[in-house]
Design a binder for this molecule. Structure first.
Ligand code: HDE
Length: 693
């Protein structure tokens, strides 16, 4: 052991230390023994005098901070935003003014309802919050993967969240909306109906954070150098394409791999497969806002892309995992009021409420007003002001001047800075405001069904089926019949076919009455392809994962060809075997497994290949996890590569007679290459659309 090296380490050590680095207390005192508390005699009582043990336990006792009241479970990643098209005509924000400019970012994805330890594939909205460390301060775009919200006014947020979270008396269910309280509230809140369509769609069970869109939700403003304002809505479009799991997979993934999404993100970045999103803007002016069928300040409405196209102006690349989850992902503090000159808020009542809430919540979570000193929250541009003191103040100004105006400037009699700058400082857009103080909901916010219906009719038949199934599942977990009926009473305003399917799904004899609506008629808006996931899938298997189930005697050539073809297509491979040590292949080589079959079910892969050895296939035919691997892959409409030697397993579960165009014989012709190309379609939906009898 070397002597204490004071040149290394310290409270802010960045590099992992080695075994030669001496351990110290938080006070920097070298520790001689980290295993034994100071006692009076070898079997005697412990002494309070032991500052080493006491400090260690004290610190441990205080390791936790309050988890976020919503979006508690999240996963953060570093990256950068590169502007590809400058928009000085729209905004004077520097981040938007020079094509090629790169701005560092930190993005945190999250679920909403579950606590920190809940599973990743809960049916839920996903948070998509990005902090841009711009030259003019931090801009936080705190969005979701769904472009609308449940409520129109922030005052309703605590009720919404109370209803969604576990019931206060019994403290369950965790991380799900399938319960009485949620549907009671929702069925009494018609403004939620558009959002309900989104959360009952496959948007709420994304395959990965990498394969989902992001939305700023609210209307914001962009302000140019002349002070002219345009309205804007922000969109993130994943270059990876959209993809979701199916509900039966979600249920199983939550058991097999509760960290499915965070592991996926970590692995993608770790392997250099950096996910990217294009930043798109929908820009419109006051005239459009006047003409548009709905109020652009109503966060329960979208502006269809067909009406205002999304213009791509830059790309976000996520390329760096965090060094420390707590320091970065847990302590990052997003605040919707963090905007920069050239961007401004609108009067959306939900956004205005958020602007209060986020700052307030950080005080509670992070313990004081100096959370901006924590490295992940600190701007990367200069910070200069006369704010001082408070808990955990890390950056303290030098000198005597701590107020303004002052006359402490050296010999000049002028102020010692900093000073506000009318030229470059943030100015609010001077939107004229008038009106009496009232507590009313604007009449322009009153149509709650037209866009809900538009969303539904924009989906493919497969997706519509999933929505009916999701509503049936959720309402079947609701104990009170009147709540179930009330909810179907809303669905009848959206689509009678959907209402009927849910009615049949929960086993009602007759459709319940429609609930009274605030505004009739409900408009038949044209379908929008942008709203469907299946119409916006990827074009290849890139970034996806193939599971290859192997056993002793499996054809080595087929496995090598598959691995090469997958790699060539930019996909990854997971080898699954009956034993974690792997399998002895046909050429005598030992192929190591990444997962034992029980821990690597087919639900965690995008497509599977079942490449068993002839002898072992007979044994595995009776093995439940092996059976599930194949039968689930089939039921979830996955593409299945196989070799004829795997047939005994297929026969045992009745799959041999069901071989359809979603199966690819890997021993034939181009085999592996063809299979991976086929997998680019992600699922063989025909199988579930027209199930063989
Ligand atoms: Fe949030 N929300 N929210 N929210 N929200 C929080 O802030 C709140 C809303 C969103 O990864 C909290 O730091 C109110 C809409 C994301 O750290 C809290 C209202 C949208 C995240 C809060 C809303 C969001 C949060 C909890 C109604 C999409 C996670 C911890 C007016 C546009 C950020 C925290 C992260 C987090 C309040 C509605 C997105 C309590 C009052 C709409 C992505 O401040």
């Amino acid at each position: 052991m070397k002597n204490l090296d004071l040149s290394k380490g310290g409270a802010n050590h960045q590099k992992p230390l080695g075994k030669d680095d001496v351990m110290t207390t938080a006070q920097g005192m070298p520790v001689s023994d980290n295993q034994n508390w100071l006692t009076a005699g070898p079997r005697g009582p412990q002494l309070l005098e032991d500052q080493v043990a006491r400090e260690k336990i004290f610190h441990f006792d205080h390791e936790r901070i309050p988890e976020r009241v919503v979006h508690a479970r999240g996963y953060g990643v570093h990256g950068h935003f590169e502007l590809t098209e400058a928009i000085p005509e729209l905004s004077h924000a520097r981040i938007f003014n020079e094509a090629g400019k790169k701005t560092p970012t930190f993005t945190r994805f999250s679920t909403v309802a579950g606590n920190k330890g809940s599973m990743d594939l809960a049916r839920d909205v996903r948070g998509f919050a990005t902090k841009f460390y711009t030259d003019e301060g931090n801009w936080d775009l705190v969005g979701n993967n769904i472009p609308v919200f449940f409520i129109q006014d922030a005052i309703k947020f605590p009720d919404l969240i109370h209803a969604a979270k576990p019931a206060p008396d019994r403290a369950f269910p965790q991380a799900q909306t399938a319960h009485d309280n949620f549907w009671d509230f929702i069925s009494l809140t018609p403004e939620s109906m558009h959002m309900v369509m989104w959360i009952m769609s496959d948007r709420a069970i994304p395959r990965s954070f990498r394969f989902m869109e992001g939305f700023g939700v609210h209307t914001f403003r962009l302000i140019n150098a002349e002070g002219k304002s345009h309205f804007v809505k922000f969109h993130w479009k994943p270059r990876q394409g959209l993809q979701s799991v199916v509900w039966n997979e979600a249920l199983k993934i939550n058991g097999a791999e509760p960290d499915f999404h965070r592991r996926d993100m970590w692995n993608a970045i770790d392997s250099g497969d950096y996910p990217q999103w294009d930043l798109g803007i929908q820009v419109f002016d006051d005239d459009f806002a006047e003409r548009f069928e709905f109020d652009v300040l109503d966060a329960t409405k979208i502006i269809p892309e067909e009406q205002v196209p999304v213009r791509i102006i830059g790309t976000l690349t996520l390329d760096n995992n965090v060094d420390n989850f707590f320091a970065e992902t847990e302590q990052v503090a997003f605040c919707t009021q963090n905007i920069v000159p050239g961007i401004d808020q609108s009067d959306d009542p939900l956004l205005q409420g958020r602007n209060f809430s986020y700052l307030d919540t950080q005080l509670k979570r992070l313990g004081g007003p100096n959370f901006t000193h924590i490295p992940i929250n600190a701007p990367k541009c200069p910070v200069r002001n006369f704010q001082q003191d408070g808990h955990m103040a890390m950056t303290n100004p030098k000198g005597r001047a701590n107020y303004e105006p002052n006359s402490w400037g050296e010999g000049t009699g002028e102020d010692r800075g900093p000073r506000a700058c009318p030229m470059n400082g943030f100015t609010s857009f001077p939107a004229p405001v008038e009106g009496s103080k009232v507590r009313v909901r604007s009449e322009t916010f009153a149509d709650h069904y037209s866009q809900a219906r538009q969303f539904y009719v924009s989906q493919t038949a497969i997706e519509q089926g999933h929505m009916a199934d999701a509503l049936t599942f959720e309402l079947s977990k609701v104990g009170r019949m009147d709540i179930r009926k009330r909810m179907i009473g809303h669905l009848r305003h959206i689509d009678d076919g959907l209402a009927q399917a849910v009615c049949d799904g929960i086993g009602l004899d007759a459709l319940p009455d429609k609930v009274p609506v605030a505004r009739v008629p409900i408009a038949d808006l044209p379908p929008s392809d942008a709203l469907s996931i299946l119409k916006n899938g990827p074009e290849s298997f890139k970034g996806r994962k193939l599971g290859i189930y192997i056993s002793d005697g499996a054809d080595a050539q087929v496995i090598t060809a598959l691995e090469q073809a997958a790699k060539g297509a930019g996909a990854s491979v997971g080898i699954v075997a009956p034993h974690i040590a792997g399998a002895r292949l046909s050429d005598g080589s030992m192929k190591e497994a990444n997962e034992k079959i029980d821990g690597g079910p087919s639900v965690v892969f995008d497509a599977v290949a079942i490449v068993l050895g002839r002898e072992s296939a007979w044994k595995l035919a009776a093995d439940k996890p092996s059976q599930d691997f194949a039968s689930d892959a089939f039921a979830h409409a996955k593409f299945i590569g196989y070799v004829p030697d795997s047939m005994p397993l297929f026969k045992a579960i009745g799959l041999a007679e069901k071989i359809d165009a979603g199966f690819v014989d890997l021993s034939a012709g181009a085999g592996a290459g063809d299979f991976i190309k086929t997998c680019g379609a992600l699922r063989y939906w025909e199988r579930v659309a027209n199930p063989a009898s």
